[in-house]
Design a protein around this ligand. Structure first.
Ligand code: SF4
Ligand code: SF4
Length: 289
């Protein structure tokens, strides 16, 4: 029984081949950056990178957490690279992006969880690519006083933090994280800056029920979260959390409708939706509306 090998038709995507994909790869390599697109083996990489949409993963490629859905290795991370913010800024300028998503590994080893490094990256992008809107997808900063405040003060356009799954599955899926702490983090962003857009996402197919997904939507709306993403969980390797089921495209459509009815401003729910999938297009559409 190998769920990795049995993907339904609606999950299969073409291998990346375009020249534009290669150009994006060059910018990432030349600036010695890591991307979640590669680390996660994201199925959308051909499509996204053809448009220059690479999601940078800052603060190294070793994480202090061990989420059971995630392919990033766990261990003692390397020291922060003080030149990384400038390289990220350069890469964003070279890619000519309208919108960029910046994420990171979790850095429980650092006193501020890496918040100041996030702020430096935001400032470097503002400096080197002033026209680019910035979305941060942050760790939960659990037990890191004032970390969230530091990131919010740097004024990203969108503050994203993923709940990843329903509360019942936190222990097997997201050990080390706390559902209500993550929810509270999102609510606190709105408290600090009511004009900042907030965003969160979950994966479907980890073993949750439909009712639990709808309850997460209500929880997110009560934390005043603006944008929602829901995508199919794919098992990176056989050692990772098993796929419970492949959610059919129609069911995602239903989630999308229900989410808009609950008041989210932007919703992306489809098998291939990822936290950063079409993030720029969706944000531009919203700003134009
Ligand atoms: Fe990268 Fe996100 Fe696109 Fe996947 S969906 S390739 S992670 S930008
Ligand atoms: Fe992966 Fe993020 Fe969990 Fe680290 S905190 S294991 S990078 S999902």
């Amino acid at each position: 029984d190998n769920p990795v090998a049995r993907k339904p038709d609606w999950i299969r995507v073409k291998a990346p081949t375009s020249r534009e994909y290669q150009d994006t790869k060059k910018v990432v390599r030349n600036n010695k950056l890591h991307t979640v697109c590669e680390e996660a083996g994201c199925p959308n990489i051909g499509e996204c990178w053809a448009k220059g949409h690479a999601t940078m993963m800052i603060m190294g490629e070793t994480c202090t957490r061990a989420c059971s859905f995630c392919n990033v290795s766990t261990g003692k991370p390397e020291a922060l690279d003080p030149f990384e913010p400038a390289r990220v800024g350069d890469a964003v300028a070279q890619l000519g992006l309208q919108h960029v998503v910046i994420t990171s590994v979790d850095r429980d080893d650092l006193d501020d969880g890496g918040a100041e490094h996030f702020a430096r990256v935001i400032r470097a992008i503002r400096h080197q690519a002033p026209g680019t809107t910035i979305e941060v997808l942050t760790p939960d900063f659990l037990r890191k006083d004032n970390a969230l405040e530091t990131v919010v003060a740097a004024k990203p356009d969108v503050f994203n933090h993923n709940l990843e799954t329903v509360p019942r599955l936190y222990i097997p899926v997201r050990p080390g994280a706390r559902y209500y702490a993550s929810l509270r983090l999102l609510d606190r962003v709105k408290e600090l800056d009511p004009t900042m857009f907030t965003k969160s996402g979950i994966m479907a197919g980890l073993g949750e029920t439909k009712e639990e997904i709808l309850q997460v939507m209500d929880d997110l709306r009560s934390a005043r979260v603006d944008f929602l993403t829901i995508g199919q969980y794919l098992q990176p390797t056989r050692k990772h959390h098993p796929v419970d089921r492949f959610v059919p495209p129609d069911e995602f459509k239903t989630y999308e409708k229900r989410a808009f009815n609950k008041g989210f401003l932007m919703v992306s729910a489809s098998p291939l939706t990822r936290s950063s999938y079409h993030a720029g297009e969706d944000f531009e559409r919203l700003r134009a509306a």
